[in-house]
Design a protein around this ligand. Sequence first.
Ligand code: GLN
Length: 468
Amino acid sequence: MMTDSEILKIHNALKTGSLSCSDLIAGKIGAIQKSSNNTANFLLEEMALKMASAVDNKIKKGEEIGVLEGVPFGLKDVYMLQGFNASGSSRFLKNYISPYTATAIKKLLDAGAIPLVKENCDCFGHGSTSENTFFGPVKNALDENLVAGGSSGGSAVNVAKGFTAFSIGGDTGGSIRQPAAFNRVYGLKPTYGRISRFGLMAYASSTDCVGPIARSLEDIRIITNVMSGKDSGDSTTIDSVPISDSIFYEEAADNEFCLGYYKSFIENENIEEKIKRDFYDMIGKIRKKGIEVKELEFFDTNVLVSTYYVLAMAETASNLARLDGTSYGERLVGEGIKDDYAFTRSENFTDETKRRIVGGTQVLSHGYSEGIYKKAKILLREIQSKFQSDFSEVNLIISPVTPNSTPQIGESLKDPLLMYLSDAYTVGFSLGGLPTLTCPFGQGIQLTAGKNKEALILKFANYLKSII
Ligand code: GLN
C-alpha cells in the first residue's frame, strides 16, 4: 500500500473502526465553516451526514465497504448535483438548482464517496486567480494574502488544507494544474475525452476537462480510474485502460523515460529567475540519474496564449448565449424585451466574463473571423501536429506550471492581459488535448505525455518524487 494515500488511510481507519464516518464528515464540515479561505459556495451538510451514518451502519453490521465509501470530497461549483445549487460562482446562477447529476460525479457517488461542498472558483472558469467570483476571492492555503490560483482555487485549497480528501476541479486551459501548483498539491488534467464532461458547465467545450486534485499520486490514480469511461452524454468520450497500481512498485526499465523540455518556455524574459533556476536544477538531477532530457524547439509562448484565448473566448461567447434570464438564471426587467436582455446580461456577468463574451463575439463576426478565428484554428492544427512529432522523439515533456510565483490578492485584477500571459505554460497542452499532471515540487512541475499515457506520467512523477 502507498502510505501517503489519503483515501486508503481513511478507508483503513473506517474499516478497523478507529474512525466513525459521521465524526469524520462532521469534523471536515466544521473545519470548512471555521476557515477564512472562502472555499465553499454551498455546503452539503445534511446529505453528507446522512450518507455518513449509512456507512457507519454498514460497518457496524460487518458488511464490506468499497475503497471510496465514506471518503469526503469537494466539487467545483460548475458541476451538476441533482437537487443542489450549481452557480458557476456567478450572480446569474446563484439560485440555480441542478436538475441532474454530472456523469463523473455520479460515478464517485456510486462508489460511495461523500460530497461535502460546492467549491468557490472563477466564474464559469474565467480566470487564473479565483478572484472573479460572486462569492468573494478564495485565499491561498499557504498564505492568505496570496491568491488561490484559478479557476479551481477553492478545490485546490480544500485539498491542501485537508478539508476534503480530494476535490474535482475543471481544466480548460490550466484551471486544475495552476491552483494545484499554487497550493502545493497534485492536480491532473487527463487526456481530453477520458472523463465525461456531461453535467460540467461548458466554458470552452473543445478543451474542457474534468480532473482530480489530491495530496498523493495514488489518490489521483484511484479517482481518475473511477471517473473515466465512455458516456452517451458526451460524444467526445473515449475508452481508456485503468491505471494499475503496479506503476508505483515496478522498477523502471532502462530508457523507459525519455524527457524533453521547451526552450521557448525557459529562455524567455517573462520567467522569474528563481523558477528558471529551480527548473534547471531539476533537469540536472534527472540527467544525473542517466535519464535523457532533450531541449526542444516550440512555439513562442505568446502564440500559445493568443491561440488559446481566441478559441476559448469564441467558444465561451457561444456557450454563454443560453444565459439570458429566460431559459436560465436571474432575470432583470427593463423597458421592453430588448432592454430586459441587455439589463439581465450586463448586470449579471462580471467584467472579466463580459470581456470574453465581447472578445469572442468579435473574433467570430463577419470581417474578423477570417483574420483571427480561422487563423487560430490553423495554428491549433500546427500546435497539435508539433506535439505529435515531439512525442515520437521523447515520451514526457517537463515544464514549470507558471512563469511567475503566486500573486498577491488584488494584483492580477489590475492587468487582465498580464493574467492571460501567466497561463503561458498550461494552455498549450490543453490545445493538444494531452494529459498533464502538476506535481507539488517547488513552485510546481508539469509532466505531459502523449494521449492516454496517464500511467506513464504517474510512474515518472513517483520516480521524480524519490530523487528530489
Ligand atoms: N486561466 C485560463 C482562463 O481563464 C484557464 C481557465 C480554465 O482552465 N478554466 O481561460
